[in-house]
Ligand binder design. Structure first.
Ligand code: NAI
Ligand code: F6P
Length: 382
């Protein structure tokens, strides 16, 4: 079996690419980073440092790499059995034209073998968004063929893989936590499910996507934003600050109440899930910077993402939401010189003030009482 993975970054090398290679699949990475492409093609292998309760160094070998901007990637799309991505939500639309070209070539070559495409991004139904972008680039006949032969499979991906801070300066080495979870929607595959140990099929994906995004990512973002305000450098330092931790835990519990009502999760198991995540944030070996985890605040504060969607759930069910409100206020205060969205956020706040800025970013009603609560929390955090 052959696979093409877009994005030879942290999650690409440290999680999805590793699972595919470990499953004996012939794997090619597609990326735009020439240094990473050259290193992969020179060595065809790299090391994954697993840190936490158990420590080990695994070697992933037999991998190749191509530029995602050239013709080689189109030839591969025409040939492989599986395509995965971990490029970041905003990049999906940029890789869609190449995927569309590859699918046109695949059809023209008479390759009717099933192909499955799985986006592994921190977003709800990212593969469905990718599919919509790919279909836009196809004519009617190609669209019909794609619907019949290509499975667009949504997934939830959970493993904390920060940029490697290894002293040996190896551009390919990656440091990962022990925990990992990759859940895929089994109802969306074409043909047989690929046998990949570590890939868990479900017919109830939304429950798992929301459980992960609205617990781990909700708590992680708030840890980063409040941690930054308190002068902490890493997630580990931030979550060990009892003031930060109290808000993070309460926001995760508030979001959890929504998940329990919406999906029927067992309350005790969900409480244990939250505790497990808090423990993962404490991993001292990950050196995960608050600036990285808090990145792209406009995306993280948008309507369907990790803060606003759970907040809307608490309003729907009439539940407490003070922790989420403090978390959203902290998001408005995120700072980064490197992050274009942090700069846009600062500009928006300067132009419109917190009430209208939040309404614009999140889609919440500027005159609603929940926006007033966030504005009050924002002013308190000054
Ligand atoms: N790092 C983590 O712990 C986790 C990340 N994720 C998600 O995985 C995705 C990737 O995150 P990371 O691996 O952390 O980011 P990253 O920045 O380490 O990796 C992204 C890779 O995509 C490449 N890329 C950018 N534009 C491209 C293009 N047009 N074609 C091909 N490759 C391109 C970049 O060069 C980079 O190597 C994001 O959606 C993130 O939310 C999900 C779970 C865990
Ligand atoms: O990758 P994003 O969506 O910017 O958010 C950072 C998040 O991604 C992760 O790296 C992986 O889930 C988390 O550590 C963190 O919550």
């Amino acid at each position: 079996m052959k696979a093409l993975h877009f994005g030879a970054g942290n999650i690409g090398r440290g999680f999805i690419g590793k699972l595919l290679a470990d499953a004996g699949i012939s794997l090619t990475f597609a990326d735009v980073n020439q240094a990473v492409l050259d290193a992969l093609n020179a060595r065809h292998s790299y090391q994954v440092h697993v840190v936490g309760e158990q420590e080990q160094v695994d070697t992933v070998s037999g991998v190749n790499a191509v530029s995602s901007a050239g013709d080689a990637v189109i030839d591969l799309i025409a040939d492989v059995d599986l395509i995965t991505t971990a490029v970041g939500p905003v990049v999906l639309e940029r890789i869609a034209p190449a995927i569309a070209k590859g699918l046109i070539k695949r059809r023209a070559a008479g390759n009717d073998r099933p192909l499955n495409i799985i986006a592994c991004e921190n977003m709800v139904r990212g593969t469905s968004e990718l599919k919509a972008c790919v279909l836009k680039a196809l004519g009617e006949e190609d669209k019909t063929w794609v619907e019949a032969h290509v499975g667009f499979v949504d997934s939830a991906v959970d493993r904390i893989v920060p940029p490697s801070a290894r002293a040996d300066d190896d551009p390919l080495a990656v440091t990962v936590e022990t925990f990992s979870e990759w859940i895929v929607d089994k109802t969306q595959f074409k043909g047989a499910l690929p046998p990949i140990p570590g890939m868990e099929p479900t017919d109830n994906l939304m429950a798992f996507v929301e459980r992960k995004l609205f617990t781990l990512n909700t708590g992680h973002a708030i840890t980063a934003w409040l941690g930054q305000q308190a002068g902490h450098q890493t997630i580990c330092e931030a979550i060990l600050d009892k003031n930060v931790r109290a808000v993070v835990q309460s926001a995760m519990e508030e979001s959890g109440e929504v998940l329990i009502r919406r999906y029927g999760f067992d309350a005790a198991s969900h409480a244990a899930y939250i505790q497990k995540i808090l423990g993962r944030f404490e991993n001292p070996y990950l050196k995960d910077d608050v600036e990285r985890v808090g990145r792209q605040p406009l995306r993280k504060l948008s309507a369907g993402d990790r803060l606003i969607k759970p907040l809307l759930g608490t309003l729907e069910y009439g539940l407490p939401h003070a922790g989420l409100v403090k978390g959203i206020a902290a998001g408005l205060r995120y700072q980064s010189q490197e992050d274009a969205q942090a700069q846009q956020l600062m500009q928006l706040l300067a132009e419109k003030g917190p009430r209208d800025a939040l309404a614009q970013i999140s889609g919440l009603d500027a005159n609603s009482s929940v926006v007033t609560e966030v504005v009050n929390a924002y002013n308190t955090q000054a």
